[in-house]
Design a binder for this molecule. Structure first.
Ligand code: ADP
Length: 497
């Protein structure tokens, strides 16, 4: 990988982006804090220098006397402290009388330029001191305080200005600025390294999850990513991921089971057809024997076509290609019609089929599919009820919609098989056999049709006593969903159907 490609890959990584974001934030924060701190420092230096000048102004009143318009400094020249103070006062200093005439001025003040007569007059008049920043030709700046001093003896006002250089303050501020600017990259670099390390630590579990996910394939879906016990967002992600794998595993095993079932179901008639044709080819000697072999083969071919047709229909239904053609349908007459179709004289089957149908139960359904559903349930009930038994169909209206019950006094279904009867190709062992043997797809259709109508199907069964299927269909299109009713076994896997 070239260096550029490597950089591109790193720059797109979450770790890099996290660190960059962190560094930018730190940078902005440091600049903001620095600017605020510098402004505060400048303000406090300004206050300090003003306080100093105010003290000097107070001192000047003690040391300066004006006699005949001439300034006279009263202090003990032998006292080094007083000499120092007066020298300092006179460093940046100017005295002018009310006629704007300069009476005394220091060298430094001279370099700043003498105040204009208007400024002198304004300062003498003003009850408040006047503060100004003034600079000399070399660029040095000074803070100047000007105001009036009153000579009570002569009842005269004089203009006095004193000041201090701002160079020290500027120097302190400059030093702070450069030191801070010098320190910022160091802090940011340390922050970046720390951020890079912390981001790596935070993202390590994510990489571990990704690696674990990579190991999971169609053949080892039983693998799970271990949670870290931190109960954090990542553990939540791992748990969600594991649940997804579990669902995938279930779907995969259902698909595998389905393929096994289909091949098994198709193999049986194909083997039978093959056997019958071989027997006819090698052993049949008369037309009758050929005929019989052909008939048997045709029967098996018919069964094969049935399986293929049913599977096709079921897959269309489940993939949503089989759209429901819903219309307002009188279920009462539909149920009565289907029951009539299944009515066989009692003497023939010795099973009594009765119907108790409430009148005018009209709801919006797909007539063909609902007819298929009733037929499937009814044919099962009749098939699994031995002679002397009863099958009863009931249709009732309820506040939510309608309820259809198909109850038989047949062989019943053992409890441990109940959860599976809606699965494709599932037949309770020892049930029907021979040419009457079903495909094990009827109830899969029932489950899909009920679900597609937003209804609910429940089954209750007692081996040796009978079975009762209850289908609830909502009157409105508001889906009821297929849910479990406590205490009533409902076929598992319906939601997957
Ligand atoms: P089949 O075409 O085999 O009837 P179904 O999907 O309709 O397939 O039914 C699945 C299995 O459920 C049946 O093979 C049977 O064992 C059991 N079953 C369904 N309905 C009844 C019933 N009314 N009484 C007893 N067993 C039943």
């Amino acid at each position: 990988m070239s260096a550029l490609a490597k950089f591109r890959r790193i720059s797109r990584s979450l770790r890099f982006r996290l660190t960059l974001g962190y560094a930018l934030f730190l940078c902005a924060l440091l600049i903001g804090v620095g600017a605020v701190y510098r402004a505060k420092l400048a303000a406090s230096l300004n206050v300090q220098i003003r306080d100093g000048i105010e003290q000097e102004w107070a001192a000047i009143k003690g040391y300066l006397r004006i006699q005949n318009d001439r300034p006279i400094w009263f202090y003990d020249t032998d006292d080094p402290d007083e000499s120092f103070i007066v020298d300092r006062l006179k460093r940046v200093y100017m005295l002018a009388d009310a006629s704007r005439k300069v009476r005394e001025i220091s060298e430094i003040y001279q370099s700043l330029g003498v105040d204009s007569p208007a400024e002198i007059a304004a300062a003498i008049r003003s009850p408040q001191p006047i503060w100004r920043v003034r600079g000399n030709a070399q660029g040095a700046q000074f803070l100047i305080r000007s105001g009036a001093i009153y000579d009570e003896k002569n009842e005269k006002k004089y203009f006095v200005a004193i000041g201090r250089g701002l160079a020290d303050n500027h120097h302190i501020l400059e030093q702070f600025t450069w030191t801070y600017i010098g320190v910022i990259p160091l802090i940011i670099l340390t922050g970046c390294l720390l951020g890079w390390y912390l981001a790596a630590r935070a993202l390590t579990p994510v990489l571990e999850v990704a690696q674990a996910a990579q190991r999971i394939s169609g053949s080892n879906l039983s693998l799970r990513i271990p949670t870290r016990g931190a109960a954090d967002e990542l553990d939540y992600l791992i748990e969600t991921f594991n649940r997804m794998i579990e669902r995938l595993e279930n779907s995969f095993s259902q698909i595998r089971q389905f393929s096994t079932d289909v091949s098994h179901e198709l193999r049986t008639p194909i083997t039978a057809i093959r056997g019958q044709l071989e027997v006819a080819l090698f052993t049949a000697s008369s037309i009758e024997q050929y005929r019989e072999a052909m008939l048997n083969a045709l029967q098996d071919i018919e069964r094969l076509s049935q399986i293929v047709r049913a599977l096709l229909l079921l897959s269309q239904a489940e993939s949503g290609q089989l759209a429901l053609q819903k219309a307002q349908t009188n279920l009462s007459s539909l149920v009565a019609d289907v029951v009539d179709q299944f009515q066989i004289p009692y003497e023939e089957t010795r099973v009594r089929l009765t119907a108790d149908v409430a009148p005018e139960c009209t709801i919006e359904v797909d007539r063909i599919q609902i007819e298929r559903m009733i037929s499937n349930l009814l044919s099962n009930a009749l098939k699994f009820t031995p002679p002397g038994g009863n099958v009863r169909v009931t249709l009732r209206r309820n506040p939510q919609g309608v309820e259809l019950t198909i109850e038989d006094s047949g062989c019943g279904i053992p409890q441990d098989h109940l959860p599976h009867i809606f699965n494709r190709f599932y037949r309770v062992p020892g049930g029907d056999s021979g040419p009457e043997r079903g495909l094990g797809l009827g109830l899969s259709f029932v489950a899909w049709i009920v679900k597609a109508h937003g209804g609910l199907v429940r089954v209750q069964s007692t081996p040796g006593k009978g079975t009762c299927f209850t289908v609830s269909l909502p009157a409105r299109d508001a889906a009821m969903g297929i849910s479990e009713t406590p205490g009533i076994p409902v076929a598992s896997g319906m939601n997957e159907l």
